[in-house]
Design a protein around this ligand. Sequence first.
Ligand SMILES: C[S@@+](CC[C@H](N)C(=O)[O-])C[C@H]1O[C@@H](n2cnc3c(N)ncnc32)[C@H](O)[C@@H]1O
Length: 297
Amino acid sequence: MKKIKILQGNCIDKIKELDDNSIDCVVSSPPYFGLRDYGTGKWEGGKEDCPHKRLTKISKNTTTGHANMFNHGDVVGDAIYKDICPKCGAKRIDEQFGLEKTYQDYLANTVKVFETFKPKLKDTATIWWNVGDSYHNYRPTNNKQGLYRNPDYPKQSIAGNRQDLAKYSLKRNQRYQEIKEKDLMMIPNRVAIALQEAGWYIRSEIIWHKPNPMPESVRDRPTSCHEKIWLITKNKKYYYDHEAIKEPITDTTAIRLLQKNIDNQKGSLRGNGGMKSNGNMKAMGRKKFDKNIWQNL
Ligand SMILES: C[S@@+](CC[C@H](N)C(=O)[O-])C[C@H]1O[C@@H](n2cnc3c(N)ncnc32)[C@H](O)[C@@H]1O
């Protein structure tokens, strides 16, 4: 039986342990910008027995999910102090991806991860990179630590629920010239452009459609029900088995193909919504295309 080795740690360090020219495929859903804290930070200095946590945020009655985490022996999210613990002065060291101070730092970090695994990729490798988006909610600060006057969670977040939302999501403390309050930040697109500018091939924008999305309480835009997955490559030519992911034809196409006179039929002018320029559309006997909209089953 083939052995599987799991490398656990900061991806920037762990990728370096891999052999050059050894990766066929990268599939990742890295943390999205400023949305979640996975609780992987470590503390330096301060008091050893200090929990570095806001105990007022932890109770059986909290509705943010911390109660559940607490029952499992730990807490995540806004119960953890993010920079310096005000109780003991310990400093938080956090190599977590996604909690960068600005979206520009997030883009730079993404490019850095790609540059780190570039020599490890085979020439034929593909990368499937899932990135979600969020809305910009600027929250002005009113004290030295950068705490928020209004400690509400970002109401426009696509995170879907309040659990684990980063209290100090630093993006909320940044006012950008180019992104206004309430603007969709367009993070997935910025990631793709940053990678393209760094020399990577952006080969497809795949829409991950969620037909049963988490309801959003907003009343001035549609509820978001998709995320993006970028198909990215190092080279123009790479391994891609399009036959393997073709979908079967629908029942109606199968019935159409059973018509006796099919070879003599003119076909339809309406192919591709009337945009087909090289003749009429005829029923096709092969499998359906491998489409760039994927749906949760
Ligand atoms: C959106 S989750 C991905 C979950 C994963 N797809 C799964 O199904 O289990 C992002 C994960 O990236 C991890 N992470 C954050 N920063 C990281 C880093 N620098 N190196 C490696 N993993 C990191 C987080 O701890 C979290 O588990």
